[in-house]
Design a protein around this ligand. Structure first.
Ligand code: 4AD
Ligand code: MG
Length: 462
């Protein structure tokens, strides 16, 4: 018999059906009357299935080794469950023990473990309630991302992971090299990138935007959904060295069109996750953050506030609030400022736009005031910035002078500049940090728990 997911059994199976399930044992209780109850979880849904195993069931001789963490498969008959909280249970007709888990050493005993501890056993944490739920939310959110763009006729494009251009110009790139660094350190004082694999300095991408723009200016609306890498040495609860980003890019979109799309996009993904992961979301609301469902409803049911950066600075300066970092026009907003605006002042998501040009990358469209660019950041409660985007500079001469202002050589980005030389078009796009969205939706405190295998300073295990 082929194995059925526990989720399907709990949802659809009828009394009298025979099924096979397999998974990892959460608990086992033995009754005095000579049978046992086994709680089995296979990750297909939040709930475990209750299995009743009689003493005369084939395989019962191994029941003493069916301990927490062991792996078993069970053939059985579905019956109405007399217990509370479950519709059906399974009465075993055969039990097979596949792998034992020694109770003295198995790290996941039936007590609550801290998330810090679970990070150290990232190979086992998918077996916990919290990480099972996060896995399902990530999966539903990924599907919702594709669904949103596919329904609107956007093409999913794959941009390179290895690149020779720094999109954000922030110099936070991880080098990719085959040079023998140890040998060079011994005998040379300088690296010669001409001798390197790609013949010049290469790195892991910080963003697929520049290549996405190539397709936006060729085949139209498109999006990327891939891993990006930043060697920022920031040990915060919102930064990863490797994270996934969704970057749509649209020709003929101005900044306001870009904002409209970003708002609908965030709302769509949240709505789908609320629908498809209802049981998991109840869990997050009960055990992780009691306000998470309310926060998400607030985001999906209200329009986002839109506000120029300059007005936000004014609000912050007049707020009377004590901030760790002072607010000053021309400086990047800190997470504490972003959170004040969205959590306390507006109590809603906020889109800030028209940022000072000195704090934003070269590709953003310059405003006529000479001071600001057509940038936008979407801010949400608890997280702060979840999306960064802009209208792109489509004017050849302005782009070239802006690149020089940012210390970049237009020749090195010749292909990017060419898009303005031949058939240029007003266009816009944005990037959503996928793990920050997962953090928002689950209420998890630390972004390191929102990706299966976090990469952060001094840590890249598993
Ligand atoms: O604001 P960022 O740097 O924008 C870009 O990379 C643009 N090229 C996007 C575009 O216009 N196509 O990053 C976008 C988002 C941020 O708003 C944040 O959600 C997330 O990526 N992000 C991070 N997430 C986790 N860890 C980090 N270190 C992150 N850095 C940015
Ligand atoms: Mg940003």
């Amino acid at each position: 018999m082929v194995r059925t997911h526990v989720a399907k059994v709990l949802k659809d199976a009828q009394p009298g059906d025979t099924v096979k399930v397999g998974g990892w044992v959460r608990t086992r209780r033995d009754s005095k009357q000579g049978f046992s109850f086994v709680e089995l979880n296979d990750g297909s849904c939040f709930s475990s299935i209750q299995v009743v195993v009689d003493a005369d069931t084939p395989g019962y001789d191994s029941i003493k080794d069916v301990t927490t963490g062991s792996c078993v498969s069970i053939n059985g008959e579905v019956k109405d469950s007399p217990g509370k909280g479950q519709r059906v249970e399974l009465h075993a007709t055969e039990l097979v023990l596949h792998g034992t888990a020694d109770g003295d050493t198995y790290p996941l005993q039936k007590k609550r473990h801290s998330f810090e501890f679970l990070r150290e056993i990232a190979h086992l944490r998918p077996r916990t309630n919290t990480f099972g739920a996060i896995t399902r939310v990530r999966n539903a959110a990924s599907a919702a991302v594709h669904e949103f763009f596919q329904d609107r006729g956007f093409y999913y494009i794959q941009t390179p992971v290895i690149t020779t251009s720094d999109c954000e110009g922030a110099g936070q790139m991880f080098s990719v090299t085959t040079l023998n660094l140890e040998r060079i350190a011994e005998v040379q004082t300088k690296l010669d990138y001409a001798q390197d694999f790609f013949g010049k300095r290469a790195a892991l991408t910080v963003s697929g935007q520049l290549e996405a723009e190539i397709f936006a200016c060729g085949t139209g609306d498109c999006y990327t959904f891939g891993p990006t890498f930043r060697a920022e040495n920031s040990n915060t609860t919102r930064h990863l060295a490797e994270f996934w980003m969704i970057e749509p890019e649209m020709p003929f979109y101005e900044l306001t069109d870009n904002m409209d799309l970003a708002e609908k996009f965030v709302q769509h993904v949240i709505n789908r996750v609320l629908e498809r992961c209802a049981e998991d979301m109840e869990f997050f609301n009960l055990r992780i953050d009691k306000t998470v469902l309310e926060t998400l409803r607030n985001i999906t049911e209200n329009e986002f506030i839109r506000l120029p950066y300059t007005e936000a600075v004014d609000i912050l300066q007049k707020s009377g609030q004590k901030f760790e970092y002072p607010v000053e026009w021309g400086h990047d907003l800190q997470s504490e400022h972003e959170r004040f605006l969205t959590e306390q002042h507006f109590k809603q998501p906020v889109i800030l736009f028209d940022y000072p040009r000195t704090i934003k990358p070269f590709y953003m469209r310059c405003n006529d005031d000479g001071k600001t660019v057509r940038a936008m950041d979407v801010l949400v409660p608890r997280i702060g910035e979840i999306i960064g985007g802009s209208q792109r500079e489509e004017r050849l001469d302005v782009l070239e002078s802006r690149m020089k202002e940012c210390g970049l050589e237009p020749e090195e980005y010749w292909w990017y500049v060419d898009l303005r030389r031949y058939g240029t078009v007003p266009h816009s796009g944005f990037g959503l940090g996928f793990e920050r969205l997962i953090q928002l939706m689950t209420g998890m405190q630390n972004i390191r728990d929102c990706i299966p295998f976090p990469r952060v300073p001094k840590s890249a295990d598993f």
